[in-house]
Design a protein around this ligand. Structure first.
Ligand code: SF4
Ligand code: SF4
Length: 438
């Protein structure tokens, strides 16, 4: 992958509305949750079983996989394949609430001697607590760490370059100390020498908050850095390019919310079953970032923000640049769902797709120097291996190519199709969870 000096696109941020509601509310439990299992986890519960919040519902199929937990107390209603919010389908465990809505469970007990836990013990806690990265890749954290012996630098990423999305910012403002402690725990397991906290340069309040906490903690190995507030600066790949020439053995990157999940799992023994995400867009009555259980439907998630004031033209999982449009609001929040956006017609401005005119704009705007036009042409014709020859797996799914294409070609759709096909081809047969579905 080349490291051409691409800066990014300055987008309208549109974050003000969801930042009006700073308090991180945790709504009462929904009627049901549908928890999508990764292809690398196998259900360990049966229909009719009672489960508690945080109880294990799926075992990992191998050492590089993580367990999955129920995000709500209730009864297992179904174990079946359902469409998921990535546009595919996955084995899903449905938990139905019994009785009235309840306040969400809390995990406040402090684990004894958590400060002196050893590296291997911490990695086991990550795996058994089901911690996966809170980005689109949803990688088990212990497996990501184990890829390299040592990562000299640990980057904690607090950037959110996508418009509307504010969940990392709100969580970081509310819980800076917990995120700093989570980062220290990650430092131990990654054997890093230093920690870089990265924020966008427009988030000065956050930058100063973290600098002051670090100053009072006297942690000289922790620094705060900023990147320009342009898209897709702040993406893991662009951070590695910026400071480490893209070398993954020099630094490891985790979102700030993943550091928070690590803190909760290690200190409060809380499995990873909920996350903060932004429910927003012009159609939502009370846009905000809030805690929601994994598996809550998009419909219920929007309902917790008082519903919509007008019919959205499109509902998207993620930001408007790299997000996935949803046909069906019964799909569920996943570990990597950072936003649900209900957007009106004037924002979407749908235009009919036209043939590629070979303008080259997508090539100029690709932050990792790919040829998006060639990749998508190959994928469109079902030639996925040819797409791979054009390096589709290096795509960071930023959506810049779709954004600038004058022919409005659905580039991301075809890129994701090609990536999914290549991943499915690479997966060992035992790890394709659709094959054990009855
Ligand atoms: S989505 Fe398009 S612009 Fe972004 S990295 Fe992939 S090919 Fe390049
Ligand atoms: S931006 Fe669109 S029209 Fe231009 S080369 Fe790329 S795919 Fe073709």
């Amino acid at each position: 992958m080349s490291t051409r000096n691409f800066v990014g696109i300055r987008l309208e941020r549109k974050k003000e509305a969801s930042l009006l509601n700073w308090n991180l509310k945790r709504p009462y439990t929904p009627e049901r949750v549908r928890i999508s299992l990764p292809a690398t986890a196998y259900p360990c519960v049966h229909v009719g079983n009672n489960v508690q919040t945080g109880q294990k519902i799926a075992d990992p199929v191998g050492p590089g996989c993580a367990t999955v937990h129920s995000s709500m107390e209730g009864v297992i209603e179904k174990i079946a394949i359902f469409p998921d919010a990535t546009g595919g389908e996955s084995m899903t465990v449905e938990v139905r609430r019994q009785g009235d809505p309840k306040a969400p469970a809390t995990f406040e007990n402090v684990r004894k001697n958590w400060e002196i836990l050893k590296e291997e013990e911490l990695l086991d806690i990550f795996q058994n607590s089901g911690i996966v990265t809170t980005d689109a890749l949803m990688q088990p954290v212990h497996a990501k760490i184990k890829k390299n012996e040592q990562h000299p630098t640990l980057i904690i990423n607090g950037c959110e370059p996508e418009p509307y999305v504010t969940c990392e910012q709100v969580l970081a403002m509310a819980h800076p100390l917990e995120i700093l402690k989570g980062a220290e725990i990650l430092k131990k397991t990654t054997r890093a020498n230093q920690i870089l906290f990265v924020f966008e340069d427009c988030n000065l309040e956050l930058v100063e908050l973290f600098k002051s906490k670090i100053y009072f903690l006297k942690w000289e190995h922790v620094k705060v850095r900023t990147v320009p507030a342009v898209y897709p600066q702040g993406h893991e790949t662009t951070l590695l390019q910026r400071w480490f020439s893209g070398k993954e053995d020099q630094a490891i990157v985790f979102p700030a919310s993943t550091a928070f999940a690590v803190y909760e799992a290690v200190v409060h023994q809380k499995p990873f079953y909920e996350r903060v995400l932004t429910v927003g867009g012009e159609c939502v009555i009370e846009p905000r970032s809030l805690w929601l259980p994994l598996g809550i439907s998009f419909r219920d998630a929007i309902h917790t923000c008082k519903g919509v004031m007008r019919e959205p033209q499109k509902v998207i999982m993620g930001g408007p640049m790299a997000g996935t449009a949803q046909e069906n609001l019964e799909v569920s929040v996943m570990a990597g769902t950072n936003a649900i956006l209900a957007l009106p017609k004037e924002v979407i401005r749908d235009k009919a797709e036209e043939p590629c005119i070979r303008c080259g704009a997508c090539v100029d705007m690709c932050p990792v120097s790919l040829s998006p036009a060639m990749i998508t042409l190959a994928a469109e014709h079902g030639e996925f291996e040819l797409a791979e020859k054009w390096d589709v797996s290096a795509c960071i799914e930023c959506g810049n190519c779709s954004y600038v294409c004058p022919s409005k070609r659905p580039m991301l759709k075809w890129i994701r199709k090609a990536q999914a096909e290549m991943a499915q081809t690479a997966l060992p047969k035992s790890q394709k969870n659709h094959e054990y579905a009855s």
